[in-house]
Write a protein that binds this ligand. Sequence first.
Ligand code: NAD
Length: 463
Amino acid sequence: MTFGGRPVDAPTTFGVVNPATGIEFTSVPDCSPEQLEECIGTALSGFATWSRRPIAERRHALRRMADILSENADFLATLVTLEQGKPLPASAREIADTAASLRAAAEIELDDEIIQDDDRYRVRVQYRPLGPVAIITPWNYPVFLMGMPLGPALLAGNSVIVKPSPFTPVATLEACRLMSAALPEGVLSAVSGGNDLGSRLTSHPGIRKISFTGSVATGRKVAHAAVSDFKRFTLELGGNDAAILLDDVDLSLVGKGVFWGAFTNCGQICAGIKRLFVPDQLHDAVVDELVARTARVRIGDGMVAGMHLGPINNEPQLRRVAELVDDAIAQGAKVVTGAAGTNGPGYFYPLTILTDCTDDMRIVREEQFGPVLPILRYQSVDEAVTRANATEFGLSGSVWGRDIARAEDVAGRLDCGTAYVNAHLALEPHIPFGGHKASGIGVSNGRWGLAEFTNLTVRQTAR
Ligand code: NAD
Protein backbone atom coordinates (compact mmCIF):
# COMPACT_ATOMS: atom_id res chain seq x y z
CA MET A 1 0.00 0.00 0.00
CA THR A 2 1.00 3.65 -0.25
CA PHE A 3 0.29 6.16 2.50
CA GLY A 4 0.90 9.55 0.97
CA GLY A 5 3.91 8.28 -0.97
CA ARG A 6 5.30 6.01 1.76
CA PRO A 7 5.25 2.24 1.13
CA VAL A 8 3.34 0.35 3.84
CA ASP A 9 2.87 -3.36 4.52
CA ALA A 10 0.13 -4.92 6.64
CA PRO A 11 0.34 -7.63 9.28
CA THR A 12 -1.91 -9.86 7.15
CA THR A 13 -2.46 -10.33 3.45
CA PHE A 14 -5.05 -11.81 1.11
CA GLY A 15 -4.65 -13.63 -2.19
CA VAL A 16 -5.45 -12.40 -5.68
CA VAL A 17 -6.60 -14.96 -8.27
CA ASN A 18 -5.75 -14.98 -11.96
CA PRO A 19 -9.20 -15.54 -13.54
CA ALA A 20 -7.67 -17.29 -16.56
CA THR A 21 -6.32 -20.08 -14.33
CA GLY A 22 -8.39 -19.85 -11.15
CA ILE A 23 -5.10 -19.88 -9.23
CA GLU A 24 -3.80 -17.26 -6.78
CA PHE A 25 -0.83 -15.48 -8.35
CA THR A 26 0.05 -12.99 -5.62
CA SER A 27 -1.13 -11.52 -2.36
CA VAL A 28 -1.64 -7.96 -1.17
CA PRO A 29 -1.84 -6.26 2.26
CA ASP A 30 -5.09 -6.38 4.19
CA CYS A 31 -5.25 -2.88 5.66
CA SER A 32 -6.05 -3.03 9.39
CA PRO A 33 -8.44 -0.53 11.06
CA GLU A 34 -5.47 1.09 12.85
CA GLN A 35 -3.62 1.45 9.56
CA LEU A 36 -6.64 3.05 7.94
CA GLU A 37 -6.66 5.66 10.75
CA GLU A 38 -3.01 6.35 10.05
CA CYS A 39 -3.67 6.62 6.32
CA ILE A 40 -6.54 9.08 6.80
CA GLY A 41 -4.30 11.13 9.13
CA THR A 42 -1.71 11.27 6.35
CA ALA A 43 -4.36 12.35 3.84
CA LEU A 44 -5.54 15.13 6.19
CA SER A 45 -2.05 16.55 6.51
CA GLY A 46 -1.48 16.15 2.76
CA PHE A 47 -4.69 18.08 2.14
CA ALA A 48 -3.52 20.98 4.31
CA THR A 49 -0.55 21.62 2.02
CA TRP A 50 -1.81 20.45 -1.38
CA SER A 51 -4.98 22.55 -1.23
CA ARG A 52 -2.81 25.68 -0.99
CA ARG A 53 -0.53 24.87 -3.91
CA PRO A 54 -1.01 26.94 -7.08
CA ILE A 55 -3.21 25.34 -9.71
CA ALA A 56 -0.33 25.38 -12.22
CA GLU A 57 1.63 23.09 -9.93
CA ARG A 58 -1.32 20.73 -9.64
CA ARG A 59 -1.73 20.65 -13.44
CA HIS A 60 1.96 19.87 -13.82
CA ALA A 61 1.69 17.00 -11.33
CA LEU A 62 -1.19 15.43 -13.27
CA ARG A 63 0.81 15.54 -16.51
CA ARG A 64 3.76 13.96 -14.74
CA MET A 65 1.50 11.22 -13.33
CA ALA A 66 0.27 10.51 -16.86
CA ASP A 67 3.87 10.26 -18.06
CA ILE A 68 4.67 7.84 -15.24
CA LEU A 69 1.78 5.60 -16.30
CA SER A 70 2.97 5.69 -19.91
CA GLU A 71 6.57 4.91 -18.89
CA ASN A 72 5.37 1.89 -16.88
CA ALA A 73 2.62 0.82 -19.28
CA ASP A 74 3.94 -2.70 -20.00
CA PHE A 75 4.41 -3.52 -16.32
CA LEU A 76 0.97 -2.20 -15.31
CA ALA A 77 -0.82 -3.77 -18.28
CA THR A 78 0.61 -7.18 -17.37
CA LEU A 79 -0.75 -6.81 -13.84
CA VAL A 80 -4.19 -5.81 -15.17
CA THR A 81 -4.28 -8.91 -17.37
CA LEU A 82 -3.15 -11.20 -14.56
CA GLU A 83 -5.76 -9.97 -12.09
CA GLN A 84 -8.62 -8.84 -14.34
CA GLY A 85 -8.34 -11.30 -17.23
CA LYS A 86 -8.62 -9.03 -20.30
CA PRO A 87 -6.06 -9.62 -23.08
CA LEU A 88 -2.78 -7.69 -22.86
CA PRO A 89 -3.56 -5.24 -25.70
CA ALA A 90 -6.83 -4.32 -23.94
CA SER A 91 -4.95 -3.81 -20.66
CA ALA A 92 -2.40 -1.64 -22.47
CA ARG A 93 -5.32 0.43 -23.85
CA GLU A 94 -6.70 0.74 -20.31
CA ILE A 95 -3.39 2.19 -19.08
CA ALA A 96 -3.16 4.52 -22.11
CA ASP A 97 -6.76 5.67 -21.56
CA THR A 98 -6.01 6.34 -17.89
CA ALA A 99 -2.99 8.48 -18.84
CA ALA A 100 -5.15 10.31 -21.40
CA SER A 101 -7.79 10.95 -18.78
CA LEU A 102 -5.18 12.46 -16.40
CA ARG A 103 -3.82 14.63 -19.23
CA ALA A 104 -7.34 15.81 -20.08
CA ALA A 105 -8.03 16.58 -16.41
CA ALA A 106 -4.86 18.69 -16.25
CA GLU A 107 -6.39 21.08 -18.82
CA ILE A 108 -9.83 21.59 -17.25
CA GLU A 109 -10.67 25.18 -16.37
CA LEU A 110 -13.03 26.00 -13.54
CA ASP A 111 -12.11 29.54 -12.60
CA ASP A 112 -13.54 31.73 -9.88
CA GLU A 113 -16.28 33.98 -11.23
CA ILE A 114 -17.21 37.54 -10.28
CA ILE A 115 -20.98 37.48 -10.63
CA GLN A 116 -21.61 40.98 -9.26
CA ASP A 117 -19.40 44.05 -8.89
CA ASP A 118 -21.41 47.23 -8.30
CA ASP A 119 -22.11 49.88 -5.67
CA ARG A 120 -23.71 47.28 -3.36
CA TYR A 121 -21.43 44.22 -3.43
CA ARG A 122 -18.54 42.50 -5.02
CA VAL A 123 -19.54 38.83 -5.22
CA ARG A 124 -17.08 36.13 -6.13
CA VAL A 125 -18.00 32.47 -6.63
CA GLN A 126 -15.16 30.10 -5.83
CA TYR A 127 -14.69 26.36 -6.24
CA ARG A 128 -12.83 25.30 -3.11
CA PRO A 129 -11.41 21.83 -2.38
CA LEU A 130 -13.34 19.56 -0.02
CA GLY A 131 -10.75 17.55 1.92
CA PRO A 132 -9.59 13.93 1.68
CA VAL A 133 -11.45 12.06 -1.06
CA ALA A 134 -12.04 8.28 -1.10
CA ILE A 135 -12.06 6.72 -4.56
CA ILE A 136 -13.61 3.24 -4.45
CA THR A 137 -13.47 1.15 -7.60
CA PRO A 138 -14.85 -2.10 -9.08
CA TRP A 139 -13.01 -4.93 -10.85
CA ASN A 140 -13.87 -4.47 -14.53
CA TYR A 141 -11.58 -1.52 -15.39
CA PRO A 142 -9.59 -1.19 -12.17
CA VAL A 143 -7.00 1.36 -13.29
CA PHE A 144 -9.14 3.42 -15.64
CA LEU A 145 -11.99 3.82 -13.16
CA MET A 146 -9.46 4.95 -10.53
CA GLY A 147 -7.84 7.45 -12.94
CA MET A 148 -11.10 9.00 -14.15
CA PRO A 149 -11.95 10.64 -10.79
CA LEU A 150 -8.33 10.89 -9.61
CA GLY A 151 -7.36 13.72 -11.99
CA PRO A 152 -10.21 16.09 -11.10
CA ALA A 153 -10.04 15.21 -7.39
CA LEU A 154 -6.36 16.22 -7.25
CA LEU A 155 -6.70 19.21 -9.58
CA ALA A 156 -9.35 20.65 -7.29
CA GLY A 157 -6.84 20.52 -4.42
CA ASN A 158 -8.03 17.45 -2.53
CA SER A 159 -5.90 14.62 -1.19
CA VAL A 160 -6.99 11.12 -2.23
CA ILE A 161 -7.19 7.61 -0.80
CA VAL A 162 -7.86 4.92 -3.40
CA LYS A 163 -9.48 1.61 -2.46
CA PRO A 164 -9.61 -0.91 -5.31
CA SER A 165 -11.79 -4.01 -5.48
CA PRO A 166 -10.37 -7.00 -3.57
CA PHE A 167 -10.56 -8.92 -6.89
CA THR A 168 -8.25 -6.45 -8.69
CA PRO A 169 -6.06 -4.48 -6.25
CA VAL A 170 -2.61 -5.11 -7.70
CA ALA A 171 -2.25 -2.76 -10.69
CA THR A 172 -3.97 0.03 -8.74
CA LEU A 173 -1.60 -0.28 -5.76
CA GLU A 174 1.38 -0.26 -8.10
CA ALA A 175 0.07 2.63 -10.21
CA CYS A 176 -0.54 4.75 -7.08
CA ARG A 177 2.88 3.87 -5.67
CA LEU A 178 4.51 5.01 -8.91
CA MET A 179 2.36 8.11 -9.44
CA SER A 180 2.85 9.39 -5.89
CA ALA A 181 6.43 10.30 -6.92
CA ALA A 182 4.86 13.19 -8.85
CA LEU A 183 3.10 14.53 -5.76
CA PRO A 184 4.08 16.03 -2.40
CA GLU A 185 3.97 13.79 0.65
CA GLY A 186 0.51 12.90 1.95
CA VAL A 187 -1.45 13.64 -1.22
CA LEU A 188 -2.04 10.19 -2.76
CA SER A 189 -2.63 6.96 -0.85
CA ALA A 190 -3.84 3.50 -1.83
CA VAL A 191 -5.15 0.86 0.56
CA SER A 192 -6.22 -2.73 -0.07
CA GLY A 193 -8.68 -4.90 1.80
CA GLY A 194 -12.15 -6.39 1.63
CA ASN A 195 -15.56 -4.77 1.44
CA ASP A 196 -15.35 -3.96 5.18
CA LEU A 197 -12.44 -1.62 4.40
CA GLY A 198 -14.73 0.22 1.99
CA SER A 199 -17.40 0.67 4.62
CA ARG A 200 -14.85 1.86 7.22
CA LEU A 201 -13.59 4.41 4.73
CA THR A 202 -17.04 5.70 3.77
CA SER A 203 -18.16 6.09 7.38
CA HIS A 204 -14.97 7.84 8.56
CA PRO A 205 -15.47 11.54 9.38
CA GLY A 206 -12.02 12.42 7.99
CA ILE A 207 -13.22 11.61 4.46
CA ARG A 208 -15.12 14.54 2.95
CA LYS A 209 -16.05 13.14 -0.46
CA ILE A 210 -16.65 9.67 -1.84
CA SER A 211 -16.25 8.86 -5.50
CA PHE A 212 -17.77 5.41 -5.83
CA THR A 213 -17.99 3.19 -8.91
CA GLY A 214 -19.70 -0.14 -8.43
CA SER A 215 -23.03 -1.88 -8.06
CA VAL A 216 -26.37 -0.32 -7.16
CA ALA A 217 -26.59 -2.38 -3.96
CA THR A 218 -23.22 -1.13 -2.67
CA GLY A 219 -23.95 2.40 -3.95
CA ARG A 220 -26.98 2.47 -1.66
CA LYS A 221 -24.82 1.53 1.34
CA VAL A 222 -22.26 4.17 0.40
CA ALA A 223 -24.96 6.85 0.16
CA HIS A 224 -26.31 5.88 3.62
CA ALA A 225 -22.81 6.04 5.12
CA ALA A 226 -22.12 9.41 3.50
CA VAL A 227 -25.33 11.00 4.67
CA SER A 228 -24.56 10.42 8.35
CA ASP A 229 -22.05 13.29 8.33
CA PHE A 230 -23.01 14.93 5.02
CA LYS A 231 -20.04 13.83 2.97
CA ARG A 232 -20.36 14.69 -0.70
CA PHE A 233 -20.61 11.71 -3.00
CA THR A 234 -20.65 10.77 -6.66
CA LEU A 235 -22.05 7.36 -7.53
CA GLU A 236 -21.31 5.71 -10.89
CA LEU A 237 -23.44 2.57 -10.66
CA GLY A 238 -24.77 -0.22 -12.82
CA GLY A 239 -26.57 -0.08 -16.12
CA ASN A 240 -28.93 -2.10 -18.28
CA ASP A 241 -28.41 -0.22 -21.54
CA ALA A 242 -30.84 -0.72 -24.38
CA ALA A 243 -29.86 -0.45 -28.02
CA ILE A 244 -32.77 0.09 -30.41
CA LEU A 245 -32.22 -0.87 -34.05
CA LEU A 246 -34.54 1.09 -36.37
CA ASP A 247 -35.84 -0.49 -39.58
CA ASP A 248 -33.35 1.50 -41.70
CA VAL A 249 -30.31 0.40 -39.65
CA ASP A 250 -27.09 -0.14 -41.59
CA LEU A 251 -26.65 -3.87 -40.97
CA SER A 252 -22.88 -3.62 -41.38
CA LEU A 253 -22.83 -1.66 -38.09
CA VAL A 254 -24.48 -4.57 -36.27
CA GLY A 255 -21.40 -6.77 -36.56
CA LYS A 256 -19.15 -3.93 -35.38
CA GLY A 257 -20.59 -1.18 -33.20
CA VAL A 258 -23.53 -3.14 -31.81
CA PHE A 259 -21.55 -6.35 -31.34
CA TRP A 260 -18.64 -4.68 -29.55
CA GLY A 261 -21.04 -2.37 -27.69
CA ALA A 262 -22.32 -5.55 -26.04
CA PHE A 263 -19.24 -7.77 -25.79
CA THR A 264 -16.30 -5.44 -25.08
CA ASN A 265 -14.49 -6.65 -21.95
CA CYS A 266 -16.62 -9.82 -22.12
CA GLY A 267 -19.72 -7.74 -21.36
CA GLN A 268 -18.29 -6.67 -18.00
CA ILE A 269 -18.88 -3.01 -18.60
CA CYS A 270 -21.35 -0.71 -16.92
CA ALA A 271 -22.32 1.17 -20.07
CA GLY A 272 -22.39 -1.77 -22.48
CA ILE A 273 -25.42 -2.89 -24.51
CA LYS A 274 -27.38 -5.32 -22.34
CA ARG A 275 -30.71 -5.43 -24.19
CA LEU A 276 -31.04 -5.35 -27.99
CA PHE A 277 -34.40 -4.23 -29.41
CA VAL A 278 -34.86 -5.38 -33.01
CA PRO A 279 -37.77 -4.70 -35.39
CA ASP A 280 -39.64 -7.90 -36.22
CA GLN A 281 -38.78 -7.84 -39.93
CA LEU A 282 -35.01 -7.53 -39.30
CA HIS A 283 -34.80 -10.10 -36.52
CA ASP A 284 -33.29 -13.00 -38.46
CA ALA A 285 -30.82 -10.86 -40.43
CA VAL A 286 -29.57 -9.21 -37.21
CA VAL A 287 -29.17 -12.54 -35.42
CA ASP A 288 -27.24 -13.97 -38.41
CA GLU A 289 -24.93 -10.95 -38.44
CA LEU A 290 -24.20 -11.23 -34.69
CA VAL A 291 -23.66 -15.00 -34.77
CA ALA A 292 -21.27 -14.73 -37.73
CA ARG A 293 -19.23 -12.21 -35.77
CA THR A 294 -19.26 -14.35 -32.62
CA ALA A 295 -17.67 -17.22 -34.51
CA ARG A 296 -14.63 -15.07 -35.28
CA VAL A 297 -13.90 -14.08 -31.66
CA ARG A 298 -11.13 -15.88 -29.80
CA ILE A 299 -11.58 -16.18 -26.03
CA GLY A 300 -8.74 -17.37 -23.81
CA ASP A 301 -5.95 -16.50 -21.39
CA GLY A 302 -5.23 -12.80 -21.86
CA MET A 303 -1.49 -13.41 -21.61
CA VAL A 304 -1.62 -15.51 -24.80
CA ALA A 305 -1.23 -13.50 -28.01
CA GLY A 306 -4.18 -13.32 -30.39
CA MET A 307 -7.04 -13.43 -27.88
CA HIS A 308 -9.91 -10.96 -28.38
CA LEU A 309 -11.47 -11.52 -24.97
CA GLY A 310 -10.51 -13.10 -21.65
CA PRO A 311 -12.48 -14.83 -18.89
CA ILE A 312 -15.09 -13.44 -16.55
CA ASN A 313 -13.24 -11.81 -13.67
CA ASN A 314 -14.34 -13.93 -10.72
CA GLU A 315 -16.16 -17.07 -9.73
CA PRO A 316 -19.26 -15.47 -8.13
CA GLN A 317 -19.77 -13.41 -11.29
CA LEU A 318 -19.35 -16.50 -13.51
CA ARG A 319 -21.98 -18.30 -11.44
CA ARG A 320 -24.33 -15.32 -11.67
CA VAL A 321 -24.08 -15.12 -15.47
CA ALA A 322 -24.67 -18.86 -15.83
CA GLU A 323 -27.64 -18.66 -13.44
CA LEU A 324 -29.26 -15.81 -15.41
CA VAL A 325 -28.81 -17.70 -18.70
CA ASP A 326 -30.23 -20.92 -17.23
CA ASP A 327 -33.19 -18.98 -15.86
CA ALA A 328 -33.86 -17.39 -19.28
CA ILE A 329 -33.74 -20.82 -20.96
CA ALA A 330 -36.16 -22.19 -18.39
CA GLN A 331 -38.49 -19.27 -19.18
CA GLY A 332 -38.45 -20.02 -22.92
CA ALA A 333 -35.41 -18.19 -24.33
CA LYS A 334 -33.58 -19.94 -27.19
CA VAL A 335 -29.81 -20.20 -27.32
CA VAL A 336 -28.54 -19.23 -30.78
CA THR A 337 -24.93 -19.53 -29.73
CA GLY A 338 -23.00 -20.01 -26.49
CA ALA A 339 -24.48 -20.83 -23.08
CA ALA A 340 -22.54 -24.07 -22.65
CA GLY A 341 -20.31 -23.59 -19.62
CA THR A 342 -16.67 -24.60 -19.75
CA ASN A 343 -15.04 -26.95 -17.29
CA GLY A 344 -12.17 -24.68 -16.45
CA PRO A 345 -9.54 -24.04 -15.49
CA GLY A 346 -10.39 -20.38 -15.29
CA TYR A 347 -13.70 -18.53 -15.30
CA PHE A 348 -14.49 -18.73 -19.01
CA TYR A 349 -17.95 -18.35 -20.46
CA PRO A 350 -18.76 -18.32 -24.19
CA LEU A 351 -20.31 -15.36 -26.00
CA THR A 352 -24.01 -16.06 -25.76
CA ILE A 353 -26.89 -14.77 -27.86
CA LEU A 354 -30.45 -15.46 -26.71
CA THR A 355 -33.61 -15.00 -28.78
CA ASP A 356 -37.29 -15.31 -27.81
CA CYS A 357 -36.57 -13.22 -24.74
CA THR A 358 -39.27 -11.34 -22.87
CA ASP A 359 -39.02 -8.24 -20.69
CA ASP A 360 -39.90 -10.11 -17.51
CA MET A 361 -36.95 -12.51 -17.70
CA ARG A 362 -34.21 -11.82 -15.15
CA ILE A 363 -31.58 -11.62 -17.91
CA VAL A 364 -33.53 -8.66 -19.33
CA ARG A 365 -34.59 -6.99 -16.08
CA GLU A 366 -31.26 -7.30 -14.22
CA GLU A 367 -27.77 -6.22 -15.13
CA GLN A 368 -26.07 -9.42 -16.39
CA PHE A 369 -22.54 -7.89 -16.56
CA GLY A 370 -21.28 -10.75 -18.69
CA PRO A 371 -20.98 -11.96 -22.31
CA VAL A 372 -24.69 -12.46 -22.93
CA LEU A 373 -26.97 -10.51 -25.24
CA PRO A 374 -30.75 -11.00 -25.10
CA ILE A 375 -32.57 -10.07 -28.34
CA LEU A 376 -36.01 -8.49 -27.96
CA ARG A 377 -38.39 -8.15 -30.91
CA TYR A 378 -40.56 -5.06 -31.24
CA GLN A 379 -43.43 -3.95 -33.52
CA SER A 380 -43.48 -0.14 -33.15
CA VAL A 381 -40.82 2.40 -32.22
CA ASP A 382 -43.04 3.85 -29.49
CA GLU A 383 -43.28 0.40 -27.95
CA ALA A 384 -39.48 -0.06 -28.12
CA VAL A 385 -38.86 3.28 -26.39
CA THR A 386 -41.36 2.52 -23.64
CA ARG A 387 -39.81 -0.89 -23.02
CA ALA A 388 -36.25 0.47 -23.16
CA ASN A 389 -37.14 3.02 -20.47
CA ALA A 390 -39.02 0.51 -18.28
CA THR A 391 -36.02 -0.18 -16.04
CA GLU A 392 -34.64 1.13 -12.77
CA PHE A 393 -31.37 1.88 -14.63
CA GLY A 394 -30.52 4.86 -16.82
CA LEU A 395 -26.83 4.84 -17.69
CA SER A 396 -26.71 5.01 -21.49
CA GLY A 397 -28.61 3.84 -24.54
CA SER A 398 -28.36 3.93 -28.31
CA VAL A 399 -30.45 4.16 -31.45
CA TRP A 400 -29.22 2.85 -34.80
CA GLY A 401 -30.60 4.02 -38.16
CA ARG A 402 -29.67 5.72 -41.45
CA ASP A 403 -32.17 8.58 -41.06
CA ILE A 404 -30.17 10.57 -38.51
CA ALA A 405 -32.94 13.06 -37.69
CA ARG A 406 -35.35 10.25 -36.87
CA ALA A 407 -32.71 8.34 -34.88
CA GLU A 408 -31.84 11.49 -32.90
CA ASP A 409 -35.49 12.05 -32.17
CA VAL A 410 -35.85 8.51 -30.79
CA ALA A 411 -32.58 8.84 -28.82
CA GLY A 412 -33.96 12.04 -27.28
CA ARG A 413 -36.76 9.98 -25.74
CA LEU A 414 -34.41 7.59 -23.88
CA ASP A 415 -34.21 8.28 -20.14
CA CYS A 416 -30.48 7.85 -19.59
CA GLY A 417 -27.32 9.88 -19.00
CA THR A 418 -25.92 9.37 -22.50
CA ALA A 419 -27.98 8.55 -25.60
CA TYR A 420 -25.94 7.70 -28.70
CA VAL A 421 -26.89 7.52 -32.35
CA ASN A 422 -25.03 4.86 -34.37
CA ALA A 423 -22.52 4.39 -31.55
CA HIS A 424 -22.30 2.94 -28.05
CA LEU A 425 -19.54 2.91 -25.45
CA ALA A 426 -17.94 6.01 -26.95
CA LEU A 427 -16.68 7.56 -23.70
CA GLU A 428 -14.06 10.28 -23.99
CA PRO A 429 -12.46 12.29 -21.19
CA HIS A 430 -13.93 15.66 -22.24
CA ILE A 431 -17.51 14.32 -22.44
CA PRO A 432 -19.51 14.30 -19.19
CA PHE A 433 -20.64 10.84 -18.10
CA GLY A 434 -23.15 9.83 -15.47
CA GLY A 435 -26.32 7.88 -14.88
CA HIS A 436 -29.98 8.67 -14.41
CA LYS A 437 -32.21 6.85 -11.89
CA ALA A 438 -30.47 3.97 -10.09
CA SER A 439 -27.43 4.25 -12.37
CA GLY A 440 -25.98 6.98 -10.22
CA ILE A 441 -25.76 10.48 -8.87
CA GLY A 442 -23.44 13.13 -10.26
CA VAL A 443 -21.18 13.07 -13.31
CA SER A 444 -17.56 12.44 -14.24
CA ASN A 445 -15.35 14.25 -16.76
CA GLY A 446 -14.85 17.81 -17.91
CA ARG A 447 -15.62 20.85 -15.80
CA TRP A 448 -18.85 19.16 -14.66
CA GLY A 449 -16.83 16.31 -13.17
CA LEU A 450 -14.30 18.71 -11.64
CA ALA A 451 -17.08 20.71 -9.95
CA GLU A 452 -18.11 17.52 -8.11
CA PHE A 453 -14.82 17.63 -6.20
CA THR A 454 -15.32 21.20 -4.98
CA ASN A 455 -17.32 23.16 -2.45
CA LEU A 456 -19.03 26.08 -4.12
CA THR A 457 -18.11 29.04 -1.91
CA VAL A 458 -19.30 32.66 -2.09
CA ARG A 459 -17.13 35.63 -1.09
CA GLN A 460 -19.32 38.74 -0.79
CA THR A 461 -17.93 42.15 0.15
CA ALA A 462 -20.15 45.15 0.86
CA ARG A 463 -19.21 48.41 -0.87
P1 NAD B 1 -19.31 -3.76 -5.92
O1 NAD B 1 -20.37 -2.75 -5.63
O2 NAD B 1 -19.46 -5.11 -5.40
O3 NAD B 1 -17.88 -3.24 -5.41
C1 NAD B 1 -17.34 -2.00 -5.79
C2 NAD B 1 -16.36 -1.53 -4.74
O4 NAD B 1 -17.05 -1.24 -3.52
C3 NAD B 1 -15.29 -2.55 -4.36
O5 NAD B 1 -14.07 -1.86 -4.19
C4 NAD B 1 -15.80 -3.09 -3.06
O6 NAD B 1 -14.78 -3.62 -2.21
C5 NAD B 1 -16.39 -1.86 -2.43
N1 NAD B 1 -17.39 -2.10 -1.38
C6 NAD B 1 -18.13 -3.21 -1.15
N2 NAD B 1 -18.96 -3.03 -0.10
C7 NAD B 1 -18.76 -1.76 0.33
C8 NAD B 1 -19.33 -0.97 1.35
N3 NAD B 1 -20.29 -1.45 2.17
N4 NAD B 1 -18.91 0.30 1.51
C9 NAD B 1 -17.96 0.81 0.68
N5 NAD B 1 -17.37 0.11 -0.31
C10 NAD B 1 -17.76 -1.17 -0.48
O7 NAD B 1 -19.18 -3.75 -7.53
P2 NAD B 1 -18.30 -4.73 -8.41
O8 NAD B 1 -18.98 -6.07 -8.45
O9 NAD B 1 -16.88 -4.62 -8.03
O10 NAD B 1 -18.46 -4.03 -9.85
C11 NAD B 1 -19.48 -4.29 -10.77
C12 NAD B 1 -20.51 -3.19 -10.72
O11 NAD B 1 -19.90 -1.91 -10.97
C13 NAD B 1 -21.56 -3.33 -11.82
O12 NAD B 1 -22.82 -3.10 -11.27
C14 NAD B 1 -21.19 -2.25 -12.80
O13 NAD B 1 -22.26 -1.80 -13.60
C15 NAD B 1 -20.67 -1.18 -11.91
N6 NAD B 1 -19.85 -0.22 -12.67
C16 NAD B 1 -20.30 1.04 -12.88
C17 NAD B 1 -19.55 1.95 -13.63
C18 NAD B 1 -20.03 3.36 -13.93
O14 NAD B 1 -19.21 4.19 -14.29
N7 NAD B 1 -21.31 3.66 -13.79
C19 NAD B 1 -18.32 1.55 -14.14
C20 NAD B 1 -17.90 0.24 -13.91
C21 NAD B 1 -18.66 -0.63 -13.15
